[in-house]
Design a protein. Structure first.
Length: 326
């Protein structure tokens, strides 16, 4: 019995808040904070969710990961989490911080004297860095019709090569297709962390706005699989998440919105998220009001369909689908 009590005492679970602002009605807005720690010097891993207020799956995924950790217990190390980083956007179903219409994930590293988003970003990044983390997993959601995948930022520079290579190694253990970011985004949480030598990656967990329990299950398996890989949890048959894709997805893919529509009209999708597609394959067609074909969308390269546009309305130059391509 004593050994059992000692084992329980070795793992401490804590739920608390960090103040972010006081409203005009004197109400306080806070960031929920979760932690589970063992009394050793193992890895420190951060989980962050709901950076964008309409991306809710990450919140539930973090909740379920902590339930599993409490049930199975950590072998070593600590797991910290900000499950709801954008409470204002969450309450209004908005991607941005609605008071200022700022994108929190374009506001890092932030500053204490900056805009509302920059101040929140500074508090998030400062708190994460204080724990000297081994890894940060930023959980997001994508278009409403999309599959889970792991997104890696473009390399931040030779001085951060070790952190970047570590992030790539962990991404391979996520159980999802690994997609390399092609946009030059330098003010996201993950990129800011990489710049400071902290391994970080983004996991996209399917659609926004609603909680899809299948995506939550995949997210929990993925995160726990990574914790197992780091030696922080007992292995569970080595299964991170369901692999539903071909050999093609075992190589890193590049993110692409192309080709885009060249005409206005109604989109009719001919491929669905998760489909492996070939170069030149027809994946969508654009029709006008009278049903006349205006454009045929063909793949630029072999790849995987990551998601479909949230709207069936096409405009010239607007993305229709998202792909992970070679």
């Amino acid at each position: 019995m004593k050994a059992c009590r000692d084992k329980k005492m070795a793992q401490k679970v804590k739920y608390s808040f960090l103040k972010i602002l006081t409203g005009s009605d004197l109400s306080r807005r806070r960031l929920p904070f979760m932690s589970v720690e063992r009394s050793d010097n193992g890895p420190a891993v951060w989980l962050t969710g709901c950076m964008h207020g309409d991306e809710v799956t990450g919140i539930v995924t973090i909740q379920e990961v902590f339930k599993r950790i409490k049930r199975k217990r950590l072998l070593r190390g600590a797991v910290y989490a900000f499950p709801l980083m954008n409470p204002i956007g969450f309450e209004t179903g908005s991607r941005n911080i609605t008071l200022s219409r700022e994108d929190l994930n374009r506001s890092f590293p932030g500053t204490k004297e900056g805009s509302l988003a920059e101040r929140i970003a500074d508090k998030i990044l400062t708190t994460i860095k204080r724990t000297n983390p081994s890894l940060v997993l930023d959980l997001h959601s994508d278009w409403m019709k999309s599959i889970p995948y792991t997104l890696i930022d473009h390399p931040p520079g030779s001085h951060c090569r070790q952190a970047y290579e570590r992030a790539m190694a962990v991404a391979d253990r996520s159980g999802f297709p690994v997609v390399l970011e092609t946009d030059d985004v330098t003010s996201s949480l993950s990129y800011s962390l990489l710049q400071q030598g902290i391994p970080a990656l983004t996991i996209e967990l399917g659609e926004s706005y609603v909680v899809n329990e299948k995506n939550v299950e995949c997210g929990v398996k993925s995160v726990c699989g990574i914790l197992e890989y780091l030696g922080m949890m007992e292995p569970n048959n080595g299964i991170a998440s369901s692999q539903l894709w071909s050999e093609l997805t075992k190589k890193p893919l590049k993110f692409s919105f192309g080709p885009v529509s060249s005409a206005s009209g109604i989109i009719r999708f001919l491929a669905k998220p998760g489909d492996v597609v070939k170069s030149g394959q027809v994946v969508a067609k654009i029709y006008n009001t009278f049903g006349k074909l205006q454009d045929t969308i063909r793949c630029d390269a072999d790849g995987v369909v990551l998601g479909l546009s949230d709207s069936s309305v096409a405009f010239p130059g607007a993305p229709v689908m998202a792909f992970g391509v070679i």
